[in-house]
Design a protein around this ligand. Structure first.
Ligand SMILES: Nc1ncnc2c1ncn2[C@@H]1O[C@H](COP(=O)(O)OP(=O)(O)OP(=O)(O)O)[C@@H](O)[C@H]1O
Length: 638
């Protein structure tokens, strides 16, 4: 085994030895075997929550519903004698919680932020109520279910009962260990990378072609499965399934423990739970402090969160990574400063040819002969009384570079959002190669081959340049949704080839491992375009690609667009009219949401209505030279 894979396994090895040593070394410090077992049960529950919250950024206050569901299903099946095998009951309890998770998640993931949290809270409360009322014949209501048997290994005389104490610790430690290994595989899979990107910038993930609700639902279900398994083991471990497994306090404690331990670290829930339970158990033993333990825990929690914003493990990991990567980070920041200081002097290299390894989406049947790549039919978008776009129709020829221009507020960005089906039109429709695109949704439009780069950068700022491009390329390679939880995110050769080619095309090779947030502005603009291009689109929409670039970067980017245009239909919105008339064969002009002109670039340049819209009757200099530049662009070339 080489050094790389061994190093990648270090967290697993470290955890293995910690779990092995804990029952020997920690009891003298007040961590009994029972406390350690309870901490492991919470930690198993927390692993799923950490995938949901730490990885995907979805804060749920209703995880107790799945913990309780897994626990009560398993406990009922065993105590009622429906099944004898405790192992089978664990499995059924886990699956029941997973199914419940799919049902709740299906509704919850369609909402974001506080609305998502409130839906999960409401479901948690509903589950608690149902357990205590309608289902009390099965769940024992407020009494819970007593007499839950423990699991047994082997048969007959050789059977070994896993009783409380060290045997139960061993079982929970082994389960947590395998849960941890699995969670780490999930984090490092394509699904894990996409969930990370969703946490960073959800709309952009959808625009690249990923089915965001499906990935969120996957994370929600995984969290419910972990919760169900932990709940199912709880009854067996305590010989009793308590009704408070369903309580809001259980969900709250999970959130607090995970935050204290460190969100997004996977070991945070274990450290948080161990600390929380240790404080709780030991504070209650201190004379005079017993009744105040909740108050003291609350103060300790506030102190920890204020002092260690990332939680205990999160802070340790952050500081260690910062120290490990300090030299690289300084070098990356220094390079950014050099690029920003030398505005105009640093010119990105433009490749001789732009050929992507990953194929474009196939155009089938009738559509493959279509001459028109994209068509707007009477498109309108109204915001209340404001008609941002009103009855606009035009066609974009296949293989052409077509520009949309117009003064500020003319409706260009809104038009683009309708062309990529990011925004639904109030009226009219968009055809892609003759087939209706409108109504498909942004992710499906991207899968059909429409990609868009935005006026304002929409990058995944905490991911590296390479990871940003990988998220885009994965959408092309894997389709809208795939549950390849155990595959490594770097495992697909065609994706890695696409990413390498993109790094070369964008001249961002030396910045591949740099976080997007550290890049210079011009580099961020190139990456924004590159992410759209990495999906191998049939039609590329570029919304103000030159905005904020230095003159030399503009020249290089125009050359890049021209190269891309040799193999792909391009529609570009741009205020730099010199660049527009230099690049585009066809130009569509918008003014106040209406179509003002549409035709070959030279005809549009000479159109009196267009000249008037841009220059007015008597343009004044505004001190920026903008009027002169526009006048220059509007005049016929020498
Ligand atoms: N979500 C929205 N809600 C309300 N009004 C909006 C919304 N989006 C755009 N508008 C309005 O629609 C009009 C057209 O905006 P849009 O951004 O499409 O113009 P634009 O031509 O792209 O402008 P610019 O060149 O300045 O980017 C503007 O008056 C804008 O304020």
């Amino acid at each position: 085994m080489t050094r790389g894979p061994l190093r990648a396994l270090l967290p697993e090895l470290a955890l293995f030895f910690v779990l092995l040593a804990a029952p020997i070394l920690l009891p003298p410090l007040g961590f009994s075997h029972d406390l350690l077992s309870r901490a492991l049960n919470w930690a198993l529950f927390g692993l799923g929550f950490d995938i949901l919250f730490g990885l995907a950024g979805l804060l749920s206050f209703g995880q107790a519903a799945f913990y309780g569901a897994g626990g009560f299903v398993a406990a009922y099946l065993l105590v009622s004698g429906t099944i004898q095998s405790v192992w089978l009951a664990f499995l059924i309890g886990t699956l029941a919680a997973g199914l419940f998770g799919i049902a709740v998640g299906w509704l919850a993931v369609r909402r974001i932020g506080i609305y998502f949290a409130m839906i999960t809270l409401a479901f948690g409360q509903m589950a608690y109520f149902i357990q205590n009322s309608s289902l009390s014949d099965y769940t024992g209501g407020e009494n819970g279910i007593a007499g839950v048997p423990v699991p047994v290994i082997g048969f007959g005389d050789g059977a070994f009962r896993i009783t409380a104490g060290l045997p139960m610790y061993a079982l929970l430690a082994a389960t947590f260990f395998f849960g941890f290994v699995l969670a780490r595989r999930i984090v490092r899979s394509p699904v894990g990378l996409i969930l990370k990107a969703i946490k960073e910038n959800t709309p952009r993930v959808a625009m690249l072609g990923h089915d965001v609700p499906a990935y969120k639902l996957a994370a929600f279900t995984i969290a419910a499965l972990y919760a169900g398994l932990a709940g199912a083991m709880l009854g067996s471990f305590q010989s009793y399934m308590p009704p408070d497994a369903f309580a809001l306090e259980t969900s709250g404690q999970l959130v607090v423990q995970t935050i204290v331990g460190g969100v997004g670290t996977l070991v945070g829930p274990l450290v948080g739970a161990a600390l929380w339970l240790w404080l709780r158990d030991n504070l209650q033993l201190v004379p005079g402090l017993g009744p105040l333990w909740k108050l003291i825990l609350g103060i300790a929690f506030i102190g920890l969160v204020m002092g260690l914003r990332r939680g205990i493990c999160g802070e340790i990991l952050h500081r260690w990574e910062r120290r490990r990567d300090a030299a690289l980070l300084r070098a990356a920041e220094a390079r950014t400063e050099v690029i920003e200081a030398a505005t105009g002097a640093v010119t990105p290299e433009v490749p001789a040819e732009v050929a992507l390894p990953m194929p474009r989406p196939a155009i089938d049947g009738r559509a493959s002969h279509a001459e028109i790549a994209l068509e707007a039919q009477d498109l309108a978008r109204h915001y209340g009384g404001l008609k941002a776009v009103d009855g606009v129709s035009f066609r974009v020829r296949r293989g052409s570079i077509h520009a949309v221009i117009g003064p500020n507020g003319a409706g260009k960005s809104t038009l683009f959002k309708m062309l990529s089906d990011e925004v639904s039109p109030s009226a009219g429709s968009v055809l892609l190669f003759g087939e209706r695109l409108t109504g498909a949704g942004g992710a499906r439009a991207a899968q059909l081959g429409v990609a868009k780069s935005n006026q304002l950068n929409q990058l995944f700022l905490n991911l590296t340049v390479r990871e940003n491009l990988r998220v885009a390329a994965l959408a092309r390679a894997r389709g809208r949704f795939r549950l390849d939880l155990l595959a490594p995110s770097v495992g697909r050769a065609e994706v890695e080839d696409q990413v390498e080619t993109m790094l070369a095309i964008l001249d961002l090779g030396p910045r591949a491992e740099t976080r997007a947030s550290i890049l210079a502005y011009g580099e961020k603009r190139r990456l924004e375009i590159g992410m759209a291009l990495a999906t191998s689109p049939n039609v590329l929409l570029l919304d103000e690609p030159l905005a904020g670039m230095s003159p030399s970067e503009r020249v290089a980017t125009c050359a890049l667009i021209r190269r891309i245009g040799r193999s792909c239909t391009i529609l570009i919105v741009e205020h730099d009219l010199d660049a527009v008339f230099d690049l585009a064969e066809q130009v569509t002009v918008l003014s106040d949401g209406h179509l003002l002109a549409d035709g070959p670039a030279e005809d549009v340049r000479r159109d009196p209505a267009v000249r008037k819209a841009y220059l007015g009757t008597g343009p004044e200099e505004d001190g920026t030279g903008e009027s002169t530049r526009i006048r220059g662009a509007m005049n016929e070339p020498a």
